[in-house]
Design a protein around this ligand. Structure first.
Ligand code: PXG
Length: 458
C-alpha cells in the first residue's frame, strides 16, 4: 500500500474511496458515480464536511452519539488508558480495572435484577451472544427442545448471521439463505398501517396475541425466547401501543419463554428513560446494548443478564463463547466515562422532562402538513410518515421516492434526517438544546414544504 501524502481535496478523497472502500448497505456503482460525502469534524450536535458545509446531525451519527460530538473527557480517558494498558484479555482468569468498573456502573444504571454483563464490540455481536446464552440456558434447565426464537417482521437486530435471522428485513433474507432454521417472525405492532378501525390500545393487545398464536402453532416446548426492540428504530420508529409490551410479557411468562429487549437504539436515554423497557413498563430477562453505551466514541456492546437467568447459568460449567475484545480496557474506560457524564449531568432526565416533550410537541404540529400522515415517537426519537393521501392513510405507489427527495432537501437545508421508505427519521444527540431543536425542526419543516412542492401537493 502506498499513502498519497499529497491528498488534500474532496475529489481526491472521493477517488480513493471509490477505488478501495466498500461501504455497508450501499449500491457501490451508484455511490461511485455520485461521489461520497466526507465528514471531517463534529462538535455538539453539529458536523462539518470536507467542503466546509455545516450540518445539524438529526440522527446522532447512526442513533448513537448520545453525548454529542467533541467531548474532550472521553478522548482524554482513551489516551490515558492506552498509555496505561492498551489491551489485555478477559479469558484466562484475568480482568482489567475499566472492565470491572463499567460492569459495576452498568448494574447501577440498569433496572433491578440486572447485575451481570457479557461484553462485545457491536450490537450484532451481542445479539449473537444472546442467542448462544438462551440456547445454553434451556439446556441447563433440561429443556433442550426449547430452541426457536420468535421476533418480528421489519425488526432490525444486526447484520451477522444471527442478527440478520432475528431481524425481519426481507431484503436481507433474500440475500441468504436466511433466516437460519429456528428463527420465526410475527407481524410488527404497526397501528398506522395495520390498525384499521381499532383504537391503538385494542390493536396493541391484538398484535401481542399474534405472539401467543405463534407459540401455540410451534408448541411452547420448542420456543426459547421472544426478541424485540421497545421501539423499532431502523424499521421506521414503529412505536407500539401502550398495551403491547405488558401483554407480550404476560404471554412470555405464561408459556415460560425468555423475553429479550434489544436496547441497542432505545438504551441510554433515547426514549427519556435509561432503557426503553422502562418507558413501556416491561421487565425483560436479557437486554442487548451498544451505540449509546459509548455514544459511538468507540465500539463496545454488552448483554445484561437478569439474575433469574444468570443464576441458572452460573454453576453450569464453562460457557464456550467469547470475543478477543470482550471487556477491552480502552472501550470499557470510554463507556464508563460516557455513562458517568449521562448520569452526572442528568442528561436523560432532561430528555424526559424538557427536551423530549418539547421536540415531540413541535413535531406533532407537523401533522397539519399536506404530506404528513402521522408523526410518532418518544423522547428524542421520532418518525414523520410521508403519505400520498392522508385522509385514507394511503402510501405512495413508488415507496421511497418521496423519502429520498425529502432527505436531499434536508441536506440542502443543513440537516441530516434519515429516510426509511417514506418515513423521515430523527434521533438527535441527547444534549440538543431547545434553540437547536428549533433550528433542526425549522429546517425539517422547510424540507417537507420543498418536497410537497416537488410532488405538486402544495
Ligand atoms: N439492534 C438494533 C436495534 C440496532 O438498531 C443492531 C442491533 C446492530 O448493531 P451493530 O452495532 O452491529 O450495527 C442495530 C444497529 C439504520 C441502521 O439504517 C441501524 C443500525 C445499524 C445500521 C444502520 O437505521 N442499527
Amino acid at each position: 500500500m502506498t499513502m498519497n501524502v499529497a491528498l488534500n481535496s474532496t475529489s481526491q478523497w472521493q477517488q480513493e474511496d471509490r477505488d478501495h472502500h466498500l461501504h455497508p448497505f450501499t449500491d457501490t456503482a451508484e455511490l461511485n458515480q455520485k461521489g461520497v460525502r466526507i465528514i471531517t469534524r463534529g462538535q455538539g450536535v453539529y458536523l462539518w464536511d470536507s467542503e466546509g458545509n455545516k450540518l445539524i446531525d438529526g440522527m446522532a451519527g447512526l442513533w448513537c452519539v448520545n453525548l454529542g460530538y467533541g467531548r474532550k473527557e472521553l478522548a482524554d480517558v482513551a489516551a490515558r488508558q492506552m498509555n496505561e494498558l492498551a489491551f489485555y484479555n478477559t479469558f484466562f482468569q484475568t480482568t482489567n480495572i475499566p472492565a470491572t468498573s463499567l460492569a459495576t456502573l452498568l448494574s447501577e444504571v440498569t433496572p433491578d435484577g440486572f447485575n451481570r454483563v457479557f461484553y462485545g464490540n457491536s450490537g450484532s455481536e451481542s445479539n449473537d451472544t444472546v442467542v448462544r446464552l438462551i440456547w445454553r440456558y434451556w439446556d441447563v434447565r433440561e429443556k433442550p427442545g426449547k430452541k426457536t426464537i420468535i421476533s418480528r417482521n421489519n425488526a432490525y437486530h444486526g447484520s451477522t448471521l444471527a442478527g440478520a435471522s432475528l431481524g425481519g428485513m426481507g431484503y436481507m433474507h433474500e440475500q441468504g439463505p436466511l433466516p437460519l432454521p429456528g428463527f420465526e417472525h410475527i407481524e410488527e405492532p404497526n397501528w398506522y398501517v395495520n390498525g384499521g378501525d381499532l383504537s391503538p390500545d385494542e390493536f396493541g393487545l391484538k398484535a401481542a396475541r399474534w405472539l401467543e398464536e405463534k407459540i401455540l402453532e410451534l408448541g411452547a416446548d420448542s420456543v426459547a425466547a421472544f426478541f424485540g426492540e421497545p421501539i423499532q428504530g431502523a424499521g421506521g420508529v414503529i412505536v407500539p401501543p401502550d398495551t403491547y409490551w405488558p401483554e407480550i410479557q404476560r404471554i412470555c411468562r405464561k408459556y415460560d419463554i425468555l423475553l429479550v429487549s434489544d436496547e441497542v437504539i432505545c438504551g441510554f436515554g433515547r426514549t427519556g428513560n435509561w432503557f426503553g423497557c422502562q418507558t413501556f413498563g416491561f421487565e425483560p430477562d436479557l437486554m442487548t446494548m451498544a451505540k449509546g453505551m459509548s455514544s459511538g466514541y468507540i465500539p463496545i456492546s454488552g448483554v445484561m443478564i437478569h439474575d433469574r437467568v444468570a443464576d441458572v447459568l452460573e454453576g453450569s460449567g464453562e460457557f464456550n463463547h467469547g470475543y478477543t475484545y470482550c471487556g477491552h480496557p480502552v472501550a470499557t474506560a470510554v463507556a464508563h466515562a460516557n455513562i458517568s457524564i449521562l448520569r452526572d449531568e442528568a442528561i436523560i432526565e432532561r430528555v424526559k422532562t424538557d427536551t423530549g416533550p418539547y421536540f415531540q410537541e413541535i413535531l406533532r404540529s407537523f401533522e397539519d402538513h399536506p404530506l404528513v400522515g402521522q408523526v410518532r415517537g418518544r423522547g428524542l426519537m421520532a418518525a414523520i410518515q410521508l403519505v400520498k393521501d392522508k385522509a385514507n392513510r394511503q402510501a405512495f405507489d413508488d415507496v421511497g421516492k418521496a423519502g429520498a427527495m425529502c432527505r436531499n432537501h434536508c441536506s440542502d437545508n443543513g440537516i441530516i434526517m434519515r429516510a426509511t421508505g417514506d418515513a423521515m427519521l430523527l434521533s438527535p444527540p441527547l444534549v440538543i438544546t431547545r434553540p437547536e431543536i428549533d433550528e433542526l425542526l425549522g429546517s425539517a419543516r422547510k424540507s417537507l414544504d420543498a418536497t410537497a412542492r416537488d410532488l405538486g401537493m402544495m
